[in-house]
Design a protein around this ligand. Structure first.
Ligand SMILES: [Zn+2]
Length: 188
């Protein structure tokens, strides 16, 4: 499967709004392959040379609906600092990830979010939960996992899991007040 900026489904295509179905576990070979190829995309997309050569837009995550497959599969690679201020790479190849709990505290990216399926700029804060607990099966480590994510990783996971419901980041932007004051929010 060729995944690049031309083949990724854009928001002009109504199929980006389709709901994604959970997949059967253990994963079929086909679903494993989809996860591996999406993961490869994310990995290659942040390599400047490969991105240019292969027509990739830099990304930290991609969900299967974005390549036309309405299944609950997503690949994520996020570089961030942990609570000890050490740079960590959080990487997952997730099947059926689910948010099982979330913090009351909110978080948003100061410069807004982006998406491989969205080409226009959408200015505004996408206010999400600052911390989420996500459970699911991770093909990378071949086990059921629980991710306790905060900050940037939490935002990325919420963005990707939103794709399973056909929700895009700008759906969360308040058009009348795109830069609201959010008391106590973690600003990233
Ligand atoms: Zn997206």
């Amino acid at each position: 499967m060729l995944i690049n900026n031309d083949t990724i489904i854009k928001d002009s295509d109504p199929s980006i709004r389709r709901k994604s179905e959970p997949v059967e576990l253990p994963l079929s070979e086909e679903n494993k392959q989809i996860l591996r190829e999406m993961f490869q995309y994310v990995q290659d997309s942040t390599d400047e040379e490969k991105a240019k050569e292969l027509n990739l837009r830099p990304a930290v995550g991609i969900s299967a609906i974005q390549i036309g497959i309405p299944r609950q599969l997503t690949a994520v690679i996020v570089h961030d600092y942990d609570k000890n201020d050490e740079l960590v790479t959080y990487q997952y190849m997730l099947a059926n990830p689910k948010i099982v709990s979330r913090s009351v505290q909110k978080a948003y990216l100061e410069n807004g979010e982006g998406c491989l399926s969205v080409q226009e700029e959408h200015d505004g804060f996408v206010v999400r939960s600052a911390r989420v607990k996500v459970t699911g099966y991770d093909l990378l480590t071949d086990q059921n996992i629980t991710i306790r994510a905060r900050g940037y990783l939490a935002i990325v996971l919420q963005h990707e899991i939103d794709h399973f419901s056909g929700v895009l980041f700008y759906d969360h932007i308040n058009k009348d007040n795109p830069h609201p004051e959010v008391p106590g929010a973690l600003v990233i």
